[in-house]
Design a protein around this ligand. Structure first.
Ligand SMILES: C[S@@+](CC[C@H](N)C(=O)[O-])C[C@H]1O[C@@H](n2cnc3c(N)ncnc32)[C@H](O)[C@@H]1O
Length: 155
């Protein structure tokens, strides 16, 4: 089964984000073996310390088999069809599995961004990390339906 790894900072605490994420996650899991790594929100009041602590934890969870895709509003944008086809090419790389990384409230540490193979933007506006997570999952579900020719994406 094709694999996807997620690294997310913080648990989804708000019930409606949790429920929306589960909705797409349960569908994606029919096709792909998904592994979710949750990084604890960095303790402390100083945002730069939090980001640095979270960054170290994220880097420690990335394995050599991960193709690192950091979600970042300054990254490259793709259409949903483009993501589907790109996902297909990532899946064809036998030694690597796509690993999607989403930061916490203050974003991702520069060292994590530097480790990324790809920076992927969901659009130029800044989303709360919970919504970025749900949007990513919906787009991965959509990509799966495009690849499997399931009538969900009507472009
Ligand atoms: C609240 S945002 C952090 C914003 C912060 N200003 C920054 O420097 O990144 C939390 C996380 O959600 C993700 N995110 C938010 N908006 C995004 C977008 N438009 N495209 C891709 N990822 C986004 C990123 O992974 C980001 O680290």
């Amino acid at each position: 089964m094709l694999r996807i790894h997620y690294i997310f900072v913080g648990k989804l605490k708000t019930p409606f984000w949790r429920s929306a994420a589960d909705h797409y996650d349960n569908r994606i899991k029919r096709w792909y073996k998904c592994r979710e790594t949750i990084i604890r929100d960095g303790a402390g009041k100083d945002p730069s310390e939090k980001i640095a602590r979270e960054g170290r934890a994220i880097l420690s969870k990335i394995t050599p088999g991960d193709l690192v895709i950091c979600l970042d509003e300054h990254g490259r944008t793709m259409t949903s069809t483009g993501l589907a086809h790109t996902l297909q090419t990532w899946f064809e790389h036998p030694a690597k599995a796509p690993c999607f990384v989403i930061g916490g409230a203050y974003g991702l540490d520069q060292q994590v961004l530097d480790r990324a193979d790809i920076l992927l933007s969901l659009g130029p506006m800044t989303l709360p990390h919970e919504l970025a997570r749900v949007t990513l999952l919906e787009q991965l579900y959509r990509a799966g339906t495009i690849l499997k020719k399931i009538p969900y994406h009507h472009a």
